[in-house]
Ligand binder design. Structure first.
Ligand code: MN
Length: 227
């Protein structure tokens, strides 16, 4: 019988609102899912096909601290709805998609905007801008049994008390069932997969010492210090 030749890496997980842990397998993030944010990033907000990139499972971090990343002088906040799946599959129909959701939470998709911009310009992958250590500050995942399937509600982030992003989940171009269905056409979704649902307008830079407060109606708020 074969054995592991090095100790197994720790299973990435995120806390649940009832004090347990949700194990994370993959993290899919949608780009430009709010029209006003697409416009501010210089794109046509018309309903183009969605696109996704990935963060790493262990980038998700409930600690309330975000270490300012190396090699960047322009790190942005993006407040997002976190969607956690308890099951998956391929070619999932839009009308069946919500049956795969375990719960929802508040997340930040922290981004090295300068390096992401370079990657866009040169046609390179986005990981260097997006899949950054501890770049996914998150709050607890709330079970569907407690919070239902939020399709509307205020989504905000403030920095040092000043509101920077202030949108509504009902502005999402691609809704949660559509994102799940679309992803499942290209990937096999499985239990433990997490989706970040995109960000409204108002993304902006943070610096060390800033305090971010991100909130979504019904899912609470998270306070994250940039260290
Ligand atoms: Mn994002």
């Amino acid at each position: 019988m074969s054995t592991l030749v090095i100790p197994a890496p720790q299973q990435a997980s995120i806390p649940t609102a009832d004090g347990n842990l949700f194990p994370v397998r993959r993290v899919y993030c949608i780009g430009r899912n709010f029209a006003d944010h697409a416009i501010e990033m210089g794109h046509d907000p018309d309903r183009e096909a969605p696109f996704f990139f990935q963060k790493n499972p262990d980038n998700l971090d409930p600690s309330g601290e975000f270490p300012y990343p190396t090699k960047s002088a322009n790190v942005h906040h993006e407040v997002e709805l976190l969607i956690a799946l308890h099951s998956g599959g391929t070619s999932i129909a839009v009308e069946d998609a919500l049956t795969h959701v375990w719960g929802y939470g508040v997340a930040l998709d922290m981004t090295r905007r300068d390096l992401q911009g370079e990657a866009k310009k040169t046609g390179r992958p986005w990981e260097i801008g997006k899949a950054v250590e501890r770049s996914g500050p998150i709050g607890p995942v709330h079970a569907v049994a407690q919070v239902g399937h939020p399709a509307e509600g205020r989504i905000t982030v403030s920095v040092n008390g000043e509101v920077r992003q202030d949108g509504d989940l009902n502005q999402m171009i691609w809704k949660v069932p559509e994102m799940i269905s679309y992803l499942s056409e290209y990937f096999e979704l499985q239990a433990g997969d997490v989706i970040l649902g995109g960000t409204p307008a108002g993304v902006g830079a943070v610096v060390k010492g800033d305090t971010m407060v991100a909130s979504i109606d019904g899912l609470g708020e998270i306070t994250v210090n940039v260290i």
